[in-house]
Write a protein that binds this ligand. Sequence first.
Ligand code: APR
Ligand code: PHB
Length: 390
Amino acid sequence: MRTQVAIIGAGPSGLLLGQLLHKAGIDSVILERRSREHVLSRIRAGVLEDGTVGLLDQVGASTRLHAEGLRHDGFDLLFGGSRHRIDLSRLTGGRHVTVYGQTEMTRDLMDLRAAAGAATIFEAQDVALHAFDGERPHVTFSLHGAPRRLDCAIIAGCDGYHGISRASVPEAVLRTFERTYPFGWLGILTDVPPVSHELIYAGDERGFALCSMRSPQRSRYYVQCPLDDDVGNWPDDRFWDELRRRLDPATAEALVTGPSIEKSIAPLRSFVAEPLRFGRLFLAGDAAHIVPPTGAKGLNLAASDVHYLSRALIEFFIERSVAGIDSYSAHALARVWKAERFSWWLTSLMHHFPENGAFARRMQRAELDYLVSSDHAMAALAENYVGLPY
Ligand code: APR
Ligand code: PHB
């Protein structure tokens, strides 16, 4: 089998890259380790920057998003018993974010790819990357027990944090930067109306909490929990009690509870690998970097990476120029590091750090008080939240 671009991974990065290339007449094959059903069962964040929506518009994958997605012009910060609205629209000259589940976006992209007749091979096992330091890389894998080979000109590593692409790069040429946080997020999904029509980020002495949503009937809530905690320790009633205690009385009172349909704990991590290019192998999305979920930048960074990568590959295949692929890594990393900073900052501001003493807690509070009293400070938060320019 032969293609121009072998894409490893059918998450948002791989699928969006595939469509951007398809639009430009560039052929790709996606190799995905899991089944389609498994990929579509993963629950992830759901706040899209306008740049991400623009890319989905560009490839024609946004019909359902525009019909069902929720436009959010602001969100609340809750601390010291009061809610403070961050008016995204006013602070950014009319920009907003769109709440639309990553799972739904993935489904839309998969349907579009299938309709275009482009190849996605699910349940590709033992994917291995070869000869990407030369001009004729190839990928081997097994499908239902039979060995297969895919020849290509470019390999796009879109296979997430635990994928094979970054792991295939010799250690000597890869630099990694990492910060782990001493807590996780316990999240639940439940079919009840959200407590507020906009998101609430709550920073409380007991720990962070987030009130989010997927639709007017489906809520997504999180509470900060110890890293070594177990979902088994969290029957629904305990979750709701803890969430209420981290909200102000009026919001706690308004909270509608229901049985959870999903409950899981995710660790928080900041991670960047550099560079993003090794010969004919390019990394994009979670394969290259991880942000803690505070601020919902993971999916949006994946989108900006594949925007840069698709441009570079179009230059390479259509205009026969290597300028784009030569600058991809520096170009994408400049935006990645800014989003890493923002996600780290918002995480540091809003969470309870067990090692923090009284002074550090007062500093967090002073920063929050300053933030909501200064339009300049709120504008800096808002412009990062709606997304920095590409
Ligand atoms: N071979 C083939 N596919 C693989 C392999 C492998 N060895 N390893 C992982 N994959 C697949 C995974 O099964 C997954 O479907 O690669 C895909 C990677 O998808 P994501 O993890 O969703 O990463 P990405 O597409 O970069 O999306 C980034 O998704 O993970 C969230 O929070 C993240 O929102 C961000 C966005
Ligand atoms: C979510 O709805 O899952 C979500 C929303 C905003 C965040 C993180 C997660 O900052």
